[in-house]
Design a protein around this ligand. Structure first.
Ligand SMILES: [Ca+2]
Length: 146
């Protein structure tokens, strides 16, 4: 099975657990409080029996689920916008809700968190344009990826 990024790169394959609540992947990232971020990840089944149901969690709160398909190697996206709220860091976790020892094999790739660039319809001055150019740079700089 080829990875999602380039077809020849790295990915993470996991043998789903029979113990509920264990994280397949976990990472804590710094965020700016009150800022919107786009979280995205790709998942695929590595075996056709008992495909994984993935739970994406931020500071222990589920914000997204992804049911992987039965077909092997079919990369499936999971993406949503979430706000940092009062947090200056967020611990992200991916947990497999399919509690099965037979099958339940999955692969993850391209997990990312991107800061959103603020947009307004008609910038009124050069100063405003410069402000948004700066935000664009910060948005790229804030990218976290695996
Ligand atoms: Ca990859």
């Amino acid at each position: 099975m080829a990875d999602h990024t380039t077809g020849t790169g790295l990915m993470q394959t996991a043998n789903g657990t029979t113990t509920a609540g264990l994280a397949i992947w976990r990472q804590t990232v710094s965020v700016v409080p009150g800022t919107d971020y786009t979280f995205s990840a790709w998942g695929a089944s590595s075996f056709s029996i008992n495909p994984a149901l993935l739970s994406f969690r931020a500071n222990d709160v589920e914000f997204l689920t992804l049911q992987l398909p039965v077909g092997v190697g079919l990369w499936t996206p999971a993406t949503t916008v979430l706000n940092a709220g009062v947090n200056s860091s967020i611990e992200f976790e991916i947990v497999d809700l399919t509690i099965e020892g037979f099958g339940n094999d999955l692969t993850l790739d391209d997990i990312s968190l991107d800061g959103l660039i603020p947009t307004v319809p008609e910038p009124a001055s050069v100063a405003l344009l410069a402000f948004f150019a700066s935000c664009s740079f910060l948005g790229r700089d804030a990218r976290k990826s695996e």
